[in-house]
Structures are given as structure tokens and as C-alpha cells.
Design a protein around this ligand. Structure first.
Ligand code: ATP
Length: 305
């Protein structure tokens, strides 16, 4: 569902200074100039990495904004989305992270100057979000291989896509898939998996399409399984993942559902990656949907610009 918005005049930009290893020294001035030229007011809030959700909520409680833009990667987008959950204020995205998955799913331009056009040419879309083990997720969460790589990435000194690929290659060589038990409102599946993705959206920031042809606003989500595969099958699986052919592989399956519970038999806790952030959660991990819970700004369709 999309709606034309009234002019957004008073804007808050939530800036993550470290995301994506991108220098943002001149970003505030660029945004301020762009907004001033178009009769908008730009306000700024910087994340610190500590108590960011509480601090942002306090800022939003103290003053009303017409829209709040996340200027960072998926973690920053998720932070702002959670602060705006269930409210009428829309989320805008300036993609400035390592991967920027949700912005790609929403068709937001990856170039900052082009993305800034969202402040005056936009429409609003209302999307679903998820609760994964009690934690908010606007985009994608997973257990298994990717969660492990994200945890190692998070502990490392280097950000950006190059560091992610280097760690993934190292971890793949020694990775042992776990057994998962997945109970949804419709079915039960148990078996070994290389990774288990809980998908509200379609595409990882790396452009891997883990959940093709699914909607962000259909009241349901998908659990996308990649089962253990021989090394010789890896290039074929990767090819399918980059070409929206997830269901065409012999090693993949998708469960579509409204609620789910995922456990690793005999494990008390599991490592879960949620919107790019690694977390250790008690097993089983329960997943529920927050239907139509977040307003997001998306570009106007091409013919309406
Ligand atoms: N000032 C800061 N100093 C250090 N870490 C910060 C700061 N502000 C936010 N963070 C941390 O940044 C992380 C979120 O980064 P974000 O996801 O936006 O960018 P990214 O990881 O580079 O990109 P992507 O998620 O697209 O791969 C969170 O872990 C958050 O705690």
C-alpha cells in the first residue's frame, strides 16, 4: 500500500558516524544545504553505539518531526524503524552502510544525492515488521552460517563489504551445519541447515536475493532454508541466490507463515543475526509479525516524477 505524503518540512537525520567505513565529515553540511534550498529544516542526531534506542526515543518524545531519516546501514535503519514502530511519522533512508539491504528492497537510490530527493519527492508505504526472540527486525534475521560471519565481522576492526567476504571465506572452510526444529502455524520441519533466514524482506545488502517475490506488507513472512551442500554445489547455489532463483536449487526450501518457533535441539542459546546485529538468544526463538507497523518513504514511480 502506498500513499502520497504532505510536504515534509521538519526533518530529523539520524547519523551513524562509523557505518560502512564511509567518511561523513561533510554529510551534515550537504544535507543542511539540500534541505535549506528546498525550504526544509534539517535537524541531526548522532548515534554513539551505546543506548541509541533509548536516546533516540527520548529525542522523538521531546519534539515532533515530519519524517526521520536513517543515515547509515541496516543497523541504523533498524534502530530508527524500531523507534518509529506503530507511529505515523515515516522513516526515510540515506543508505550509508556496508550493505543497505532494506533500502534496496524499497527501491531507495544508493547514491546519497539521489536518495536525498526523498525529502521532497516521495510516497509513503506501510510495511510489516517482525519480532524475533522478542527483538525487533525490519529486514532479515538468520541463524547458522551468516549469523556466525556477522558476529566475527562485528568483532573485527574493519567494516565494509570486503571484510565480510574475507571472513565468510575463512569460516566456510571449517563450518559445521547444525540441526534445527522449525514449527510454524502451518507445518513442522526438522533437519540440518547451513543457514536459516527469517525474512520479512527479499534481499541482503550483498544483493543476495534470499526471499524472491515476497511482499513486505502481506502480513506473513518466510523462513528460507539452505540445507547442507557439497562444496561443488556452492557456485550453483550462489548463482541462484544472485539471480532471484532461490527455489530452483536442490538444497533450498521456503516455509511461509505468520508465526514460527525455531530451536536447535539440546542448545539453551542460539546465535541470531538480526538486521545486521549479532545476538545470543534463548532457544527456542519465537517469531511473530507486526502487521502494517512501519511507514517508510519510497521514491515516486518513474512516470510520476
Ligand atoms: N558512534 C558510534 N561508534 C561506534 N559504533 C557505533 C556508533 N554509532 C552506531 N554504532 C554501531 O553501528 C552499528 C550499526 O551500523 P550499521 O548497520 O548502520 O552500519 P554497517 O554495519 O556499516 O552497515 P550494514 O548494516 O548495511 O552492513 C551498531 O552496532 C551500532 O551500535
Amino acid at each position: 500500500m502506498t500513499n502520497q505524503t504532505p510536504p515534509l518540512l521538519n526533518l530529523l537525520f539520524v547519523l551513524n558516524p562509523v557505518s560502512g567505513d564511509i567518511d561523513k565529515a561533510t554529510l551534515e553540511q550537504t544535507i543542511t544545504d539540500y534541505c535549506t534550498e528546498r525550504g526544509r529544516t534539517a535537524n541531526f542526531h548522532h548515534t554513539t553505539g551505546d543506548d541509541d534506542l533509548e536516546n533516540l526515543r527520548a529525542k522523538l518524545a521531546a519534539r515532533t518531526y515530519d519524517a526521520v531519516f536513517a543515515a547509515g546501514g541496516d543497523g541504523t535503519v533498524s534502530l530508527v524503524a524500531e523507534a518509529l514502530l506503530g507511529q505515523t511519522t515515516p522513516l526515510g533512508i540515506l543508505p550509508l552502510g556496508s550493505g543497505n539491504g532494506l533500502s534496496k528492497d524499497l527501491g531507495v537510490p544508493q547514491d546519497t544525492q539521489e536518495a536525498l530527493q526523498l525529502i521532497w519527492r516521495n510516497e509513503e508505504r506501510v510495511i510489516d515488521t517482525l519480532q524475533v526472540g522478542g527483538q525487533f527486525s525490519a529486514h532479515l534475521a538468520d541463524l547458522g552460517f551468516n549469523a556466525l560471519v556477522v558476529e566475527r565481522f562485528d568483532k573485527g576492526d574493519t567494516r565494509g563489504p570486503g571484510a565480510y567476504i574475507r571472513i565468510a571465506t575463512q569460516e566456510y572452510l571449517s563450518y559445521e551445519p547444525a540441526t534445527y526444529r522449525i514449527e510454524t502455524d502451518l507445518e513442522t520441519w526438522q533437519g540440518q541447515a547451513f543457514m536459516v533466514t527469517i525474512a520479512n524482506a527479499n534481499t541482503f545488502g550483498s544483493n543476495v536475493v534470499i526471499n524472491p517475490n515476497s511482499d513486505l506488507d502481506d502480513g506473513q513472512f518466510e523462513i528460507c532454508l539452505i540445507e547442507p551442500f557439497p562444496a561443488a554445489a556452492a557456485p550453483g547455489i550462489l548463482y541462484r541466490l544472485y539471480n532471484s532463483e532461490f527455489d530452483e536449487s536442490n538444497y533450498t526450501r521456503r516455509l511461509c507463515c505468520r508465526t514460527a518457533s525455531i530451536s536447535v535441539p539440546d542448545a539453551q542459546e542460539v546465535l541470531v543475526q538480526i538486521d545486521g546485529e549479532p545476538q545470543t538468544l534463548p532457544s527456542p526463538v519465537k517469531i511473530t509479525i507486526n502487521p502494517q507497523s512501519l511507514r517508510v518513504l519510497v521514491p515516486l514511480p518513474a512516470k510520476a516524477k
